[in-house]
Design a protein around this ligand. Structure first.
Ligand code: BES
Ligand code: MN
Ligand code: ZN
Length: 504
């Protein structure tokens, strides 16, 4: 359960809680603002920590004090914000995550915090509150593992409620709006992380469809989840080719926000939903094949983004498409040399059944055309080449056929610290996909694999379009400020920031 969020108009030193959180920029010797007021209430205990060299304000550093009756809270956590120069909302988000994880580890259940960055940081209070709540909830995220949950003797520690305290009455409404948005977005990211973390026998296409139906029921979205017959009815030969060898039934998910409203800009989000990528007949090496349970991270991000879009009730017509299937070797599986016809009539020569993501996306991108979209953005764990090019955990590859759309995505990436890096869509890549027996091949060889994969997708687009190859971003082995290892939920915050900033 995600902790409850409450916003109250009060000074942080007056709040009853198991822990209260304030912050400190690096190098500050006399704290001001909320930290200064709390320091006074504690008779200079925070200043003493700084003077003693125990607290320097380094980003993510935490110090704990026990007020022993001087205030109503039983603990004070001071979190470092790093340098005031060049301070960002992302630093506020990370600091909040560090503070809340510390509070949880100490056993605190009710934690009060100020909105980091709203005071001395100089950020708009709404944005600061959103970053603070997002960071707190993302930092507290834990995947609930499968099993009976037998404990190791220690009882599970969890934060039950988070109070955001604002001393200035004129700012509490903005803080509340920001905190609510932060909570909605973090809940969506957690849902995506859960789906990506789940083993492939749990996060099946049917399960993805059930989650989509649940989101639609809870948040009032239109939903459709088609199986093999539905896909055949839409001539989705490329999607069905991949699903051909799958034991698990495939599902093509459609979610729609503001379906009935005319006159709104239409944005279509498309996510690759390969619930397990064995490679198919072009089978992958068994080493670490299990990592391919994350090959539906694009679809997961689209479901998460649709949930947030609905919760925030954005004034846009947003469609989410998620083709979901396994990619398995089987007597019925599609094979190298097969020629497949996609729903726009284009024929594809299969050179590798492991280039399955672009196949299922091809039919989804053709399907997107029916909405006459103002823009289509797809997310996919599409190529190992993207990881090689930009580095694990560093950035997603961004391709776009429109500079303005590209700039909007880059701005959203900057705002959320979900990094992207633009790559070229040169015709030279398309040339590598020329086939002797079909309109194009589904692979262009090992070199330039990220460019050829994007160029393949481009052949199925007929509108303003951007493609994010998120293969390097969907999961992490490094624990960072925003949480535990495993699924990151990459893309949800980026897409929501993009859509919130959209003007007609
Ligand atoms: N799902 C993989 C890409 C991938 C690799 C994602 C590593 C995350 C981490 C994709 O379906 C794939 O197998 N791509 C091939 C394409 C090739 C056969 C043209 C690849 O990258 O090798
Ligand atoms: Mn593959
Ligand atoms: Zn794949």
């Amino acid at each position: 359960m995600q902790p409850a969020i409450e916003v109250i108009h009060a000074a942080i030193q007056d709040i009853e809680a198991d822990a209260v959180v304030v912050n400190l920029f690096r190098g500050v010797t006399t704290p001001g603002g909320a930290t200064g007021a709390l320091d006074q209430a504690l008779d200079g205990a925070i200043s003493a920590l700084i003077a003693g060299g125990d607290l320097r304000g380094k980003a993510g550093e935490t110090a704990v004090l026990y007020p022993r009756g001087a205030i109503h809270a039983s603990r004070v956590i001071v979190v470092g914000l790093g340098d005031a120069d060049g301070f960002t909302l992302d630093a506020a988000r990370s600091a909040s995550a560090a503070a809340l994880s510390r509070a949880r580890d100490l056993g605190a259940q009710r934690v009060a915090t100020i909105a980091h960055g709203a005071g001395i940081g100089g950020f708009d209070p709404e944005a600061a509150a959103q970053a603070t709540v997002e960071g707190a909830l993302l930092g507290l995220y834990r995947y609930a593992k499968t099993g009976r949950g037998e404990d190791d003797g220690e009882e599970e520690r969890s934060v039950h409620s988070i109070v955001v305290a604002e001393v200035d009455a004129a700012r509490t409404d903005a803080i509340r709006t920001g905190a609510e948005a932060g909570a909605a977005i973090a809940a969506a990211v957690a849902m995506t992380r859960d789906l990506v973390n789940m083993p492939a026998n749990e996060a099946t296409p049917i399960h993805m469809a059930e989650v989509a139906r649940g989101v639609a029921a809870d948040h009032g979205l239109y939903v459709e989840t088609g199986g093999r017959d539905w896909a055949a009815g839409h001539d989705m030969g490329a999607f069905l080719a991949v699903a051909q060898g799958a034991g698990e039934a495939p599902r093509f998910i459609v979610l729609e926000h503001n379906r009935e409203q005319a006159g709104l800009p239409t944005i279509v989000l498309v996510g690759k939903g390969v619930t397990f990528d064995s490679g198919g007949i072009s089978i992958k090496p068994s080493n670490n094949m299990g990592a391919m349970k994350t090959d539906m991270a694009g679809a997961g991000a689209v479901l998460g983004a649709m949930r947030a879009v609905a919760a925030l009730d954005l004034p846009l017509h947003v469609v989410g498409l998620a083709p979901c299937t396994e990619n398995m070797p089987d007597a019925d599986a599609y094979r190298p040399s097969d020629v497949i016809t996609a729903s726009n009539g284009r024929t594809i020569e299969i050179v590798s059944t492991d280039a399955e993501g672009r196949m299922i996306l091809a039919d989804a991108l053709v399907y997107a055309q029916r909405y006459q979209p103002d823009a289509v953005i797809d997310l996919a764990t599409l190529t190992g080449a993207s990881v090689v090019a930009l580095g694990k955990g560093v950035a997603a590859s961004l391709f776009a056929n429109d500079d303005a759309l590209c700039a909007r995505i880059e701005a959203a990436a900057d705002a959320t610290a979900e990094r992207v890096w633009r790559m070229p869509l040169w015709p030279a890549y398309r040339a590598k996909l020329r086939s002797q027996v079909a309109d194009l091949k589904n692979g262009g060889g090992r070199m330039g694999g990220v460019g050829t994969s994007a160029s393949f997708l481009e052949a199925f687009t007929d509108y303003r379009w951007a493609h994010l190859d998120i293969a390097s971003m969907a999961s992490t082995e490094e624990q960072d400020a925003l949480g535990e290892t495993g699924a990151t939920g990459y893309g949800v915050r980026l897409l929501v920031a993009l859509l919130r900033g959209w003007e007609a």
